[in-house]
Write a protein that binds this ligand. Structure first.
Ligand SMILES: [Fe+2]
Ligand SMILES: [Fe+2]
Length: 258
């Protein structure tokens, strides 16, 4: 029970004020900023410039580092650190990878399953296969990142040879008449004849949509496979000057002003 449980309920604007004050305290009086994309997720193109935002928060500076509301990241973060402190839906990835492991697939396939939805878990849903692939590309075999990229398209197309049908879940989520966009259809056609097609297809086969609260999954089961197949930079992800270092940094510091 909160401090107001016994008194009159707060009005919406009082609640908003209280929330803002609480956030500000947790931020050690720094101003955290929401990027344009965060506002777009609320259907808004509202933009408040730096000067005005600071004027609304007199005497305060903008946050230019770690957001104290989020779990603390180490100085040289590893993939495991991102799993533990940033990815919001680890269970789906672990369940998928566990299934691939039990099916006896090779380590590259297991890693591809473990990482297939890092786009969703760490960033954004739209085009999650592409974002996820780009994020991991400098650190994994081409087979793994390629498979992560195209699994997004393959999910919509059956492959009887491995017993993969169009997911019932998609019918439930998107309606019976949903048709993938032409760029997804084109991606699928290109992928069919690609040398790593089956790796991407196996992501779909091992992709689990039903959340099983009793499933016994543990990130520890995959530490060795990650160690052998993910080139962890000694400087830490984000500080190793690869084409995706900035993406890891943004994930680490999503509310920095710049
Ligand atoms: Fe996916
Ligand atoms: Fe998935």
């Amino acid at each position: 029970m909160g401090p107001h449980a016994a008194s009159k309920p707060l009005t919406l604007s009082e609640q908003a004020d209280e929330l803002e004050e609480k956030m500000m305290n947790e931020l050690n009086d720094k101003i955290a900023t929401k990027s344009a994309l965060f506002a777009m997720a609320d259907g808004s193109l509202d933009y408040v410039g730096g000067a005005e935002l600071q004027a609304r928060n007199p005497g305060k500076y903008f946050l230019m580092g770690a957001d104290p509301r989020l779990p603390k990241m180490p100085d040289k973060p590893t993939l495991i650190d991102f799993f533990k402190h940033r990815f919001v839906s680890m269970n789906h990835l672990l369940q998928s990878a566990t299934l691939a492991l039990k099916a006896g697939h090779e380590e590259k396939v297991v890693l591809a399953c473990l990482l297939h939805d890092v786009g969703v878990a760490g960033f954004i849903r739209c085009d999650h296969g592409y974002w996820g692939a780009q994020l991991i590309e400098p650190y994994v075999a081409e087979e793994v990142s390629w498979a992560v990229r195209v699994h997004q398209a393959l999910r919509f197309f059956p492959d009887e040879s491995v017993g993969y049908k169009y997911p019932d879940m998609y019918r439930k989520y998107f309606g019976p008449d949903y048709q993938p966009e032409p760029y997804i259809v084109e991606e699928y056609k290109r992928a069919r004849s690609h040398k790593y097609y089956m790796t991407a297809r196996l992501i779909c086969v091992n992709d689990i949509y039903s959340f099983d609260p009793d499933a016994k999954v543990n990130l520890d089961d995959f530490v060795d496979i990650i160690g052998r197949n993910f080139k962890q930079p000694k400087e830490g992800l984000g500080f190793d000057n690869t084409p995706s270092s900035h993406m890891w940094r943004t994930l680490m510091w999503p509310t920095r002003f710049l």
